[in-house]
Design a protein around this ligand. Sequence first.
Ligand code: ACM
Length: 467
Amino acid sequence: MIVPEPTRVVRRSKGFTLDCGTSVRVTPGAEPAARLLRSSLRPATGLPLPIADYGQIVIALDAKLVGLGAEGYALTVNEHGVLLRAGTSAGLAHGVQTLRQLLPVETLRSSRVSDVDWTLPGVDIRDVPRLPWRGFMLDVARHFQPVHVVRRFIDLMALHKLNVLHLHLTDDQGWRMPIPSRPLLTSIGGWRTETNGDGTPHGGAYTRGELEGLVAHAAERGIRIMPEIEMPGHARAALAAYPDLGIAPEPQPVWTRWGISDSAFGMHALGFVREVLAEVLEVFPGEYIHIGGDECLLPAEVHGKFLRQAGKYLLDRGRVPAAWEPTGDPRALVMPWKDESQASAALERGQAVVMAPHTSTYLDYPQSDGPHEPAGQPGFVVTTRDVYHVPLPDGVLGAQCQLWTEHARTREHLEYLAFPRLVALADTLWSQRPEWQGFTTRMRHHSSRLAELSVPADVRREPCEHS
Ligand code: ACM
């Protein structure tokens, strides 16, 4: 059972077994998909899967394939071998994930497994996603996450055919992206002295090379990274580094508490913002750049003007600004996080919309009201079922889950919060006819894959618990 559910699967009687003699033939442009297949199968299977002129596995990039769109793929497995075809490299990357799921679950293990037949069942699959934006936001500002944690999230997203990683890189409590002309952003803004009185410093920042490495790692898997630089509020880490940019006259340290701070960039900070965005555009090649815009105490008129000017800088350079609130510019993408009325208003204005309602996509809320749940953001419970039923008004591009990290610091805790809710998001956005009961059946099978990957999967959180 493939998760998310493919559009069409027809079983064939005879499958194909991979062994040391299996090689891969690629058409021009399909080499990255072959490398992805080999690198994802190698740890458990040890199979070399060399690229050769003749191969039982054929991976073909064919821009003329019709009906598969920007991300679809077609896959055939029979007794002669495997044929994976797509019109785009993203489609091929998704097809590779389906191959991984068709193989025995041990394929997903990170160390060598013996005594397993690496047999693919015979199938004909044609698979196209329902919606083009299937996202996951990771807040690396509240608790910094090292590169290996982000890479693993990218790998887990890829397994589920999610395709946008939104990196929340700056906030009141930390600034994580280096800007060469403004070194204090990370040396001062990247560190806070403590968190809620715990007496322990916390911080960190990526290098440019690390961020570029993440962009490349994601791209090989059909995932775009959308960076977020928060403005004009949620800016206290930047203001700790460069106090002159703010509306408050006196310097304030990087915030050591959670909540909505009263510091913000003043209009005179727009030159600084352009300097920052220039570097962001060099590191992140994707179409969308998120400029925050939420929870700011500036008067609405000033707030809107600030965001429109920052957005214009991006639009003038061929990119599209995204924001948590409408900026007054219909060319910006909006992510309604409060309620659905935000979405309908934006859709009426003709804006692009990606759903992020907190009541069904915020993963910092506990996922059940059981006593075993670690402390999270109080106020709501967001179950796997709630995520599955995220509201998707006609015309939206898709949705994304948000993992804010005020209450979670370690990889294990983050993954515990993300799964299985992120699987529900992937299934409901990819499947052509999402249906909760079918998902719970698929999920029971899929749990063994998550177990092989050592994703913390608590049996007490079976998705049907709240059905
Ligand atoms: C948000 O939760 N302030 C976007």
